[in-house]
Design a protein. Sequence first.
Length: 426
Amino acid sequence: MYDDGLGVAKNEQESKRFKALGCKLDPENTLCFTDEQVAEMMAFNSTANQYEEMCTQGNSVACYEAGVMWYDGSSSKAVLPARFRSAEFFKKGCDGGNPASCSMLGYQHELGISVAEDKPLAATLYGKACGPELPKACSNLGFMHSNGDGIAKDPAKAAALFKIACDAGDAAACRGLSWLFDKGEGVPKDSARAVALIQKACAGNDASACTGLGYRNLFGDGLPMDKRKAAEHFEKACTGDDGWGCHGLGLMHETNEGGAMDPAKAAALYAKACKLGHKESCDRKTAKTPAAAAPSTAAPTPAAKAATGFAILKVRLGSDTVASVERDIKARGGTTASGSNGVPGQFTLNALSGDYPEVGPTFMAVNYDFDAAGPNGRLIAVTIVRRSQYGAPYATLVDARKAAIAKDVGPLQQKSATELTAQAAG
């Protein structure tokens, strides 16, 4: 109105002011676009229209290209993604025999992205697409079979699918196959091959695999204990936005693992891990300077007695589930952190520092590893991790945990100087 002088006196300054206010409220309005954004929008629409016209004429590759354009939107987001439209074109492409369209439509149905979540349908679509030329479809279907995610759990099928994808260069599939060889699920147990595969996955920039490799080096699990390499793997994982990798590197800087104590850097890493969804890091992201804790033979302090009175969960390997262990941790006033589809298990719950505040900053972790994500995943291992700095209260707590677990699940297996774990079915 001010621009055209309709009903009010023409006023260029007021016109600009109201336009700025309107664009602040609705920045996606095309009236707010710069000349460059308008040009990009016109080019996008012109190209999309061409692909859509070719798609209606039966060109399945054009259907795929139209679907990708609407899935991603334009580079500067002058045209925003419209994924309900992308699904429409992916379906036409898949029905027309284009495997890449089937894979993308499967992904949308697996995660419910602008379409109804339908995991069995997603598995069918991945199956149509799977092959050396589309390894990601094989990998995604492999993880569904490995985890029993919406379809029947079938480790042997998962292994076959992971191998196709891993051989074709899909790093995530190499990680999945590594886990199966490590546990002997669907394939014969082969620790050496598991290590080689997770190394290949990390070299292929799978961030979660780099985190798993970092823990192997940190604890000497299938590889020589090497804290420098562990830190390198954690750093690569964190750079790749894996919250567990950021957390692992943060712990090394907080607890002086490898002689690299840096509380400020630890706090920054915990903050990043927290943003990436690692719950325990959210409680640890304030920089702390750990108090010196010299070994002592003195009688336990009252605080130590309070900590050691917090009994380990009475769990059974092979029968307890994610739901039952998490319930028991919370019932004892603890908190849990969870995640990871890599080493050492398909899914992990941790009883960590928040459960043992009396022990101080050099805490003990009790890790519960399960064969699958979801409430019904079965417990396959219980791990106690000891940090390099600890005093009498901490050592007393560790001894209590070891004794409680050994009583419940049998003799513990010494894996390294810093880790003890029980892995026999209980």
